[in-house]
Design a protein around this ligand. Structure first.
Ligand code: MSP
Length: 648
């Protein structure tokens, strides 16, 4: 990259779904990339936001008895609130319902219309409401006449609409992609677009009659129509920079890097560059396209209902570990499986064992052999130099891996350096040297290992900012904002020992305890509380103090929905009303109650139990029940009681 600026964008997410791992991934990638570039001295700008117009939003709002704006306000806020909880710090959050955005959309449309780039024509075709777009017969032929994403039959719609002369830009786009081989990357997506462009490109329908879709931005030259979703959404990337005269537009637009998943490749690789070209705006620098997070065989998506809430995992493993897993597991460009077992495995082996272990043994030895202060290095031997060279080489290669979107490799090479440091300590055995009284050698080895560890911590800081800052502080250090500093370690600084950065998390069998449905944790909340009060599914009878009892948050809840859990005879899935919120609980009571008996019941739940997974379903609490021989009776209240009422 020539200049030292970078403008990173995520897609603006539809407000008709709650944020899930898929959304979190793209946004975390941008946050991580921006943190790396900032360390490399770049002037960075990072934009995310929400896409709020369209039929789906209108329909979802109607279902909830809200106006579309009320609905969008609430759901946009869910995204905005989530990002800081995942240590994501965007510079701006744009909403397509904001005046600053609508103004720019109208201006671009008017400009194109005035210059004859937009025309009016009757059009008929198969239309998918889910996708909010017309399909071509060829597209549908490939998927047996059904919408490939929604598996529904498109409806035939005929109407007059406005069209953008996209076809005029076909050859220009092909030439641009050919002349700029990494315009769309990785290469597989560039090839996909080039083969799409080998067929004649049609003009783009850019409007919907306001009578059919009242929730959109009106066309400035015809108020009977609103803009088609993409003509509205894509413009966010420049409206957020105050196109055309904004200082930020001049500063950051030439360095635009869009990050998306392959689901929205075509609008970003074809519609958007041709729109920009027609409007006389230079095109973005790179379109960076990643694959899908899948759950089993399928893309994780709201419509398939197989989504994971990022906070569920962050609650158990920590935010930094979630960021680490997402960045390390997915090879950017390819699909990846999202499985808690893989997460657990990586967490325990890479973070708890490799990195965590290096830090804890190193700090412990510095205490034991060097008085708790960073020791000096004396004469370096080739082995010492080699292990440092490995970590330093990662720092040197990092910019290239970043530029090539090889985030997994950057992380893996850093972990290789960490493993090499562990081997180095094992091989050099400073404890044996200490017994031989070779103090200089012990100091040199521990200094070398600490220097290497501190380089690794800095390399991982953009991925795990909180944990890496914490570990650096054990050595009395902070990140140098000017960049990764190979000499950051300070001889003589006091070192903190005895702390655990990543406590191990054990995945228990997903086998429910007899009664409660709060089965043995799939995630090891119990590890944090080794004196678990459940033994073999039965309460242990040891005495507890009043203070211990007070730690339980018992609440009244009402069962809203109940359904069997496929493949699990004992489990039932409940949706409960807890007053301020609704939650899902998976309970082992299916052999005692039919789902329909449960709906409407008032129950008592432990509301502050760490969430856990049963058969892949999240259980956010545990209900109370009494055992009478083989029978089981739910604990309830003896008169009506508001959901959420505390029980003590
Ligand atoms: N609103 C449009 C985008 C307009 S951008 C000008 C949209 N919204 S979306 O809510 O459906 O978000 C799609 C994006 O969310 C993907 O491109 C990707 O960034 C992220 N993901 C959603 N599900 C995903 C996976 N299962 N896997 C990976 N990323 C996913 O499309």
């Amino acid at each position: 990259m020539s200049d030292k600026r970078i403008y990173l964008t995520t897609p603006i997410y539809y407000v008709n779904a709650r944020p899930h791992i898929g959304h979190a991934y793209t946004t975390i990638v941008c946050d991580v990339v921006r943190r790396y570039y900032r360390l490399l001295g770049y002037d960075t700008y990072f934009l995310t936001g929400t896409d709020e117009h369209g039929t789906k939003v209108l329909q979802a709002a109607e279902r909830e008895g809200l106006t579309p704006l009320q609905f969008a306000d609430r759901n946009s806020q869910a995204f905005r609130d989530l990002w800081p909880q995942l240590s994501i710090v965007p510079d701006d959050f744009i909403r397509t319902t904001e005046a600053r955005h609508k103004r720019v959309v109208a201006r671009i449309l008017q400009n194109l219309y005035d210059r004859g780039e937009i025309y009016f024509e009757r059009y008929g075709g198969p239309y998918c409401v889910g996708c909010e777009r017309f399909f071509t017969e060829t597209e549908l032929a490939e998927s047996g006449g059904l919408c490939p994403d929604h598996q529904t039959q498109p409806v035939w719609i005929e109407e007059q609409n406005y069209f953008f002369r996209m076809s005029n830009y076909q050859q220009w786009l092909i030439d641009h992609i050919r002349a700029n081989p990494d315009f769309i990357r990785p290469e597989r997506y560039r090839n996909e677009i080039l083969s799409f462009l080998a067929e004649p490109l049609r003009d783009l329908c850019i409007s919907r009659p306001a009578s059919r879709l009242p929730w959109g931005i009106p066309l400035p030259f015809d108020p009977n129509y609103v803009t088609y979703v993409w003509f509205d959404a894509l413009v966010n990337y420049v409206s957020a920079l105050d196109w055309p005269d904004g200082e930020r537009f001049a500063r950051y637009w030439p360095a635009a890097e869009h990050y998306i998943a392959k689901d929205i490749l075509k609008p970003h690789a074809v519609y958007w560059p041709t729109m920009l070209r027609a409007a006389g705006i230079p095109v973005y620098r790179h379109l960076n396209v990643h694959g899908y997070w899948k759950s089993g065989e399928f893309k994780m998506s709201k419509s398939l209902g197989n989504v994971t809430n990022p906070l569920d995992l962050a609650t158990v493993y920590g935010v930094d570990a979630l960021r680490y897993f997402l960045m390390r597991e997915m090879v950017f460009g390819l699909d990846a499986a999202f499985e808690e077992t893989a997460f657990n495995e990586r967490y325990n082996s890479n973070l708890a064992d490799d990195l965590g272990n290096l830090l804890s043994r190193l700090t412990a030895m510095i205490h034991k052999y060097c008085g708790g202060r960073v020791p000096p290095a004396h004469a370096l031997e080739p082995d010492d130099e080699a292990v440092l060279a490995q970590a330093d080489a990662v720092v040197r290669s990092a910019p290239q891996w970043l530029d090539e979107l090889k985030f997994h490799q950057l992380i893996e090479e850093t972990l290789q350096a960490v493993r090499a440091l562990n081997r180095y300590i094992n091989d050099r055995a400073p404890w044996a040297l200490a017994r031989q009284g070779r103090r200089d050698r012990v100091e040199t080895i521990l200094h070398t290992a600490a220097r290497g560890a501190v380089v690794a911590l800095q390399l991982l800081e953009p991925v795990m900012p909180t944990k890496m800052a914490e570990a650096l502080s054990w050595f009395g250090l902070e990140m140098n904002p000017a960049g990764i500093d190979l000499q950051l370690l300070k001889v003589g600084a006091p070192v903190a020992a005895g702390q655990v950065l990543f406590p191990k998390v054990r995945l228990d069998e997903e086998k429910p305890a007899e009664t409660t449905g709060a089965a043995k944790p799939a995630v090891a909340a119990a590890i944090k509380n080794p004196k678990s009060t459940l033994q073999n599914g039965k309460p242990a009878m040891s005495e507890i103090t009043f203070e211990e009892f007070q730690k339980l948050d018992l609440r009244v809840a009402r069962v809203l929905e109940a359904a069997p859990v496929e493949g699990a005879q004992k489990l039932v899935r409940l949706l409960i009303d807890l007053g301020a919120e609704q939650r899902q609980i998976v309970a082992g009571i299916a052999q005692h109650y039919a789902p329909e008996q449960l709906v409407g019941k008032t129950i008592v739940v432990v509301a502050n139990l760490a969430p856990r997974k049963l058969r892949g379903l999240l259980s956010q609490g545990m209900l109370l029940a009494a055992h009478d021989g083989d029978a089981l009776r739910l604990v309830t209240t003896d008169a009506a009681c508001a959901p959420g009422s505390p029980v003590s």
